[in-house]
Design a protein around this ligand. Structure first.
Ligand code: HEM
Ligand SMILES: [Cu+2]
Length: 593
């Protein structure tokens, strides 16, 4: 596609809304699929919490629908619980957070924010969405095959995952799980090739790299991470698939046996899979946080009515987080019997991530400092993002120390950490992005009052759900166990009480999302019309109509400065779109802007 080529808009509803090559439509498709899977993953989370709060109680009504073990009198069978934790995490990570942050917001925003008419490869873009559908199908199918869906955890470690009789979920459910993940991986990979090419090749005149909004920088670095790390996971998944269907033995150890599974001929290395998995999946946790950081930066600057504090340091910090992300994967494997010298190396490299992370946190605070902060719903979520990321990041550094991790590895402390960074971090950023860009995407404003209530309740219930996980985890509460009360130290009233408290909060957390969904659909139809720039922001997407026309801009915009020129001294408006030249008396700081 040449820089300024305009195809006629599709007239046929099939090519317009379904098999569309328009990045905006594809972004919305990713958004809706992600939200539907979020509902499924959320319901699973509530079932998990039911079990952990009241493991000895029959589940009312739902039991006879969900599992076929009448002899348990409505109590959840342990293998069903294992399926729940496996599929909850798999869905939330690979089918909700990654597709929404990169697939939905990445697709929608990148061309608009850099002033392009579409992605560089629109057909590849369409492919990146539609290849998710076989993935969805494999995932749903796996619930219905003999033995049900996978039970090997979202990490799919062998030998549990490679030995067919190791658990009911290790039958065909595991193969379908592998195929679903392969589809999601191909989708991410084709998306990332598109994002990288688009950002490098299709920026509007004057849009230098160092004038791009942080959201675009974040998505660019994320795409690089995906492009370099995903092939490694893909090979791991393929090798595991071959182990299961073609009789190879990459990962099954000599004579290994699990549960009722007969010993295998073996010769493979189970640890090899852990390496291949984490070489991708540690970078993948940054895939889930970097776009969130970009979104938070843009939202915070807009609603503080101040330039982003330290734009260039922020870009460098993000690059360093991504770069370091490739040499820390061993911190997931301290218990695997690695050489202590190697463990120390992974500890040090992991702790180094604190530095760029702290730079970012201080710069967000510096951006708000002295600003005229507008507490919009988007801003509240972005501020919550910063504070929750501080907690999640700090617990991360804590776990990075090998001696500490030996104590808390595979406990609820880890589950607390991941939910602070993934719910408090990624999910709050997804909410912030939705409240912020909804007017652009759908042309109408969301209701701020419902937004505030949704935010407040989500924040309170989130804390109630996840904070005490650190406490029970420190006490030794293992993760992925269906009934903690079989252990004496986990039957103490304090632990039982905390488990029930967390469960009640989790139900609350799930239920208040009705406010978000209600607000979303109500505003879609009845929200006040937004106009092109309701937040008075500077980046290019706000210079075109809401929703933007086919091919985004009537004429390609000319860019004069970074998008953060708010409250310039001596100017009338408190914002200056990137398409308006800087006033002659203003020069930008060479290091910070
Ligand atoms: C800021 C610095 C961070 C540090 C130092 C850090 C450190 C760690 C460490 C050492 C572990 C392994 C613990 C164990 O299994 O024993 C871990 C697990 C994990 N972290 Fe982080 N982390 C950080 C940020 C994040 C972020 C931003 C995310 C995601 C958005 C994240 C997601 C995860 C997940 C999902 C796991 C658990 C994986 C599993 O299921 O075993 N972390 N982290
Ligand atoms: Cu990690």
């Amino acid at each position: 596609m040449s820089h300024d080529q305009i195809h006629p808009a599709p007239r046929n509803p099939l090519t317009r809304y379904i098999f569309s090559t328009d990045h905006k439509v594809i972004g919305v498709q990713f958004l809706f699929s992600g939200l539907i899977f979020m509902l499924l993953g959320g319901l699973m989370a509530m079932a998990i919490r039911w079990q952990l709060g009241w493991p000895w109680k029959p589940m009312p009504i739902l039991a006879k629908w969900l599992w076929s073990a009448p002899n348990l009198g409505g109590q959840m069978p342990p293998e069903f619980y294992n399926k729940l934790v496996t599929m909850h995490a798999t869905i939330m990570i690979f089918f909700v957070i990654i597709p929404i942050l990169t697939g939905a917001f990445g697709n929608y925003l990148i061309p608009l924010m850099i002033g392009a008419r579409d992605m560089a490869f629109p057909k590849l873009n369409m492919f990146s969405y539609w290849i998710m559908w076989p993935g969805f199908a494999f995932l749903i199918w796996s619930f219905y095959v003999e033995g049900g869906s996978s039970e090997a955890g979202w990490t799919g470690y062998p030998p549990l995952s490679t030995m067919k009789w190791a658990s009911p979920g290790s039958l065909n459910g595991q193969t379908l799980w592998l195929l679903a993940l392969l589809c999601a991986g191909i989708s991410s990979l084709s998306g990332s090739i598109n994002y990288i090419t688009t950002i490098v090749m299709l920026r509007a005149p004057g849009m230098k790299m160092l004038r791009m909004p942080m959201t675009v920088w974040a998505l660019f670095i994320t795409a690089l991470l995906q492009a370099f790390a995903l092939p490694v996971l893909t090979s791991g998944l393929l090798m595991q698939t071959l182990d299961r269907v073609a009789g190879t033995n990459f990962f099954s150890p000599v004579g290994g046996s699990v549960g009722n599974a007969p010993g295998v001929v073996g010769g493979g290395a189970p640890l090899l899979f852990q390496h291949l998995f984490w070489f991708y999946s540690h970078p993948a946790v940054y895939v889930m946080i970097l776009p969130a950081m970009g979104i938070a930066s843009d939202v915070i600057s807009t609603f503080s009515r101040k330039p982003l504090f330290g734009y260039k340091p922020m870009v460098i910090a993000m690059g360093s987080i991504a770069g370091l992300g490739f040499i820390v994967w061993g911190h997931h494997m301290f218990q695997s019997g690695m050489n202590p010298a190697l463990a120390a190396t992974f500890t040090v490299s992991t702790m180094m991530i604190a530095l760029p992370s702290a730079i970012k946190v201080f710069n967000w605070i510096g951006t708000m400092w002295g600003g005229r902060v507008q507490f919009t719903t988007a801003m509240l979520h972005a501020m919550a993002f910063v504070s929750m990321f501080i907690i999640g990041g700090l617990s991360g550094i804590f776990m990075a120390a090998t001696p500490v991790d030996v104590h808390i590895h595979d406990t609820y402390f880890i589950v607390g950490h991941i939910h602070y960074v993934l719910f408090g971090g990624s999910m709050f950023a997804i909410f912030a992005a939705t409240y912020y860009w909804f007017p652009k995407i759908f042309g109408r404003m969301m209701n701020e009052r419902i937004g505030w209530i949704h935010f407040g309740l989500t924040f309170v219930f989130m804390t109630g759900t996840f904070f005490f996980m650190h406490v029970v985890g420190w006490h030794g509460h293992m993760r992925r166990i269906p009934d903690p009360t079989v252990y004496k130290f986990l039957s103490e009233p304090g632990v039982v009480w905390m488990n029930q408290f967390m469960s009640v909060c989790a139900f609350g957390l799930g239920i208040v999302q009705v406010l978000f969904v209600g607000n979303f659909f109500y505003s879609l139809v009845l929200g006040p019309v937004a106009g092109p720039n309701p937040w008075k922001a500077n980046s290019l997407e706000w210079t075109t109509s809401s929703p933007p026309p086919h091919y985004n801009f009537e004429t390609l915009p000319q860019v004069f400065h970074p998008p953060y020129e708010f409250s310039l001294p001596g100017s009338e408006d408190d914002y200056l779109p990137q398409t308006s030249p800087l006033p002659p008396n203003i020069t930008l700081d060479p290091i910070m802007a």
